[in-house]
Design a binder for this molecule. Structure first.
Ligand code: T5A
Length: 220
């Protein structure tokens, strides 16, 4: 079996940037890597992502959203993640189950037991081996996300980006709580560092955790 690593955190924390940098480092060691994301990651899940992020389902409330995130996750796991793990890939996923606990649980006030039930049913034994939580003050992350949005599309914030700052503070607390309660799986990294420094900290941790040896240059 391969390894399953997830990145979690609030908006604009730098997850996608770090997913790419970690994938590059692993590939340089000759590892097979599959980068993916949630919501989405498979054709059916990407269709659900569109509905969720456009806010079209917001009127049905957080329970309906949690169900939809779970349906998307189920397809993503079945068609993409589990097959890639069976083929010995390192699967690196931008957001996963902890985002449902933070956003629909703490953010949307759904009882943790409801989210845990969905998690148990959908994720089962395919829990991440390691979860990297990139933590930073929500105002910093939201500002990054806003700048990026203006630069790339000039468009408007999605369903969750447009929530107020108290919502984002609740998310931060929830992610920190998840990490504190599952220290074997989760590690917290300071997201206010420059991207390269953060990538170095993450890489050092991965090398130690999985006893990765740098490739030795072959003698001529
Ligand atoms: N959601 C998701 C739920 O509600 N429930 C769920 O179960 C799941 C799975 C997904 C939304 O769905 C919600 C959560 C989200 O609201 P998304 O479009 O995938 O939406 O958005 P995010 O996952 O939030 O991703 P973002 O793109 O907003 O942020 P990232 O990936 O954390 O940040 P990144 O790497 O794209 O960087 C953002 C900007 O900051 C710069 C980058 O260059 C970029 O411009 N940056 C840095 N700047 C300074 N220092 C650093 N260290 C930096 N790292 C990156």
């Amino acid at each position: 079996m391969g390894k399953f690593i997830t990145f979690e955190g609030g908006e604009g924390a730098g997850k996608s940037t770090q997913v790419r940098l970690l994938a590059n480092s692993l590939q340089r060691l000759g590892k097979k890597v599959m980068m993916t994301r949630e919501p989405g990651g498979s054709p059916k899940a990407e269709a659900i992502r569109k509905l969720l992020l456009e806010g079209k389902l917001a009127k049905f409330g957080p329970f309906a959203e949690a169900l939809l995130f779970s349906i998307a996750r189920d397809d993503h796991l079945e068609t993409v993640i589990r097959p890639a793990l069976k083929k010995e890939n390192w699967v690196i996923c931008d957001r996963f189950m902890d985002s449902t606990m933070a956003y629909q649980g703490a953010g949307g006030n759904l009882p943790p037991a409801v989210i845990k039930g969905l998690e148990h049913t959908v994720v089962g034994n395919t829990r991440p081996d390691f979860t990297i939580l990139i933590d930073l003050p929500p105002a910093v992350g939201m500002n990054r996300a806003r700048i990026r949005l203006q630069q790339t599309t000039g468009g408007t914030a999605d369903r969750f980006e447009s929530m107020d700052m108290k919502f984002h503070e609740r998310l931060r607390e929830a992610f920190l709580e998840i990490a504190k309660n599952d220290p074997e799986r989760c590690m917290i990294f300071n997201g206010e560092q420059p991207p390269d420094e953060l990538a170095n900290h993450i890489w050092t941790t991965i090398v130690a955790r999985y006893a990765l040896a740098p490739k030795v240059a072959s003698k001529k």
